[in-house]
Design a protein around this ligand. Structure first.
Ligand SMILES: Nc1ncnc2c1ncn2[C@@H]1O[C@H](COP(=O)(O)OP(=O)(O)OP(=O)(O)O)[C@@H](O)[C@H]1O
Ligand SMILES: [Mg+2]
Length: 199
């Protein structure tokens, strides 16, 4: 598991919030939470965690990609099954990491785009006999929806060999980076958000 710290945002800076996370080396993370005892005196509770890799907020997406994701791309072409997903509370930096940052001052591609460059390069060179298909689904309130097929409701079943299958999940062939990124953007746009609920 890889952890990436995000910097304090504008609201937190305006409130003079304290940064309670400290990255200590490549694998160490310290959280210093301010707590209150029963007699109402404040104290700092320090917790130390160890992860496979910890990144401070100034580390670029490219560095994270090269160290953590590029080896997964290579492994996939050696027929291994690999997974990469971002998990964290709202505002923790998932979109910034996976989709990148389009700010005029600091543009940086996300992990999807960086992986796509290498995947298409490998498909055009050493692996020209392979084709790339993608599917994109959402798990929401215990149900599975196909984001590339009109949010159709899907059923997850186990086959006779004990493999989990998402029955009827659409697989779309992609032949270039721009169409892959368009599909990802489309899928993201039809996901359920707190303001948009599909019945
Ligand atoms: N490493 C970072 N460096 C600079 N800014 C960052 C970093 N990580 C996140 N941010 C900024 O923090 C804000 C929240 O990040 P982001 O939108 O990626 O969160 P999220 O996890 O996708 O949230 P949500 O679950 O609500 O979609 C954004 O303005 C983003 O630009
Ligand atoms: Mg997001």
């Amino acid at each position: 598991m890889v952890i990436r710290k995000r910097p304090l945002n504008r609201r937190e800076l305006a409130r003079s919030d304290q940064d309670i996370i400290e990255v200590g080396g490549q694998q160490q993370l310290t959280v210093r939470e301010i707590k209150v005892k029963v007699d109402l005196t404040k104290f700092v509770e320090e917790s130390n965690f160890k992860f496979d890799r910890v990144y401070d907020c100034h580390v670029q997406n490219e560095s994270i990609y090269l160290e953590c994701i590029r080896p997964l791309v290579d492994a996939t072409f050696r027929k291994l099954k690999t997974t990469c997903f971002a998990y964290g509370q709202t505002g923790s930096g998932k979109t910034f990491t996976m989709m990148g940052n389009n700010d005029a001052q600091s543009q940086s591609p996300g992990l999807y785009l960086l992986a796509a460059h290498d995947i298409f390069h490998l498909l055009k060179t050493s692996f020209s006999h392979l084709q790339l298909f993608i599917s994109f689904y959402e798990i929401y309130c215990g149900k599975v929806y196909d984001l590339l097929n009109d949010r159709s409701l899907l059923h997850v079943r186990e086959d006779a060999k004990g493999h989990i299958c998402i029955v009827g999940l659409q697989e779309t062939q992609v032949v270039q980076i721009s169409s892959l990124m368009e599909l990802i953007n489309y899928g993201m746009s039809v996901r359920v958000t707190s303001f948009k609920i599909y019945m």
